[in-house]
Design a protein around this ligand. Structure first.
Ligand code: GTP
Ligand code: MG
Length: 180
């Protein structure tokens, strides 16, 4: 599941994954959006990542709406999440929105009995191309929750998108193995 502040680039991550995945390995990309392309409820993309360590792996990718007032949608979708990608917007003027979204995530996870400290988790620092992007070290200081993998991205160009997905997928598989 892709979480993060509004306009941070969550939907863009899914669109890129959709674009580069061959037809036989993906289902439909379903987007429920407003007229202005803001996610209203969620985006959904089922994909097949092929064989990983002898497992045939299928993932259901979801994004949630980042806008603060859509919290009930976020809660509902978070309920079934096996892993979370936090898509941060690197621009300095979005720092507060990033921080608010991280604490909203931690709260909503807790409500479902999950611990942000245990769930597979990746921090994606998106929009690295923009002039007001904060230094990576500063963003890490502000946004890291537990020493999770950090991936720099320019999602609309596809940079960092796949490595983000692989990183969270790997963690999810490790968790599944533990419970198998
Ligand atoms: N310059 C730049 N623009 C980006 C990047 N990633 C996404 N965008 C643009 O940012 C805008 C918002 O991206 P979305 O993917 O719709 O953001 P979102 O997180 O899904 O937003 P909500 O659905 O409202 O939560 C779009 O115009 C994207 O093209 C990036 O790395 N750099
Ligand atoms: Mg969106």
């Amino acid at each position: 599941m892709y979480y993060g502040p509004g306009l941070g680039g969550k939907t863009t991550n899914l669109q890129y994954v959709y674009q580069i995945t061959s037809a036989e390995n993906k289902g439909k990309l379903i987007s429920l959006a407003t007229e202005t392309e803001r996610t209203l409820f969620f985006d959904f993309l089922p994909i097949d990542l092929g064989q990983i360590q002898g497992f045939r792996t299928r993932f259901h990718l979801y994004t949630v709406p980042g806008q603060v007032f859509y919290d009930s949608s976020r809660k509902l979708i978070l309920k079934g999440a096996d892993g979370v990608v936090f898509v941060a917007d690197s621009q300095e003027e979005r720092l507060d929105a990033n921080l608010e979204s991280v604490s909203n995530l931690a709260e909503n996870l807790m409500e479902h009995g999950f611990d942000i400290g245990n769930i597979p988790y990746v921090l994606q620092l998106n929009k690295r191309d923009l002039p007001s992007a904060m230094p990576v070290e500063d963003l890490k200081n502000q946004l890291l929750v537990k020493g999770e993998p950090v991936i720099e991205a320019v999602a609309n160009k596809g940079e960092g998108v796949l490595s983000t997905l692989k990183s969270v997928a790997r963690q999810v598989l490790i968790e599944l193995r533990k419970s198998a």
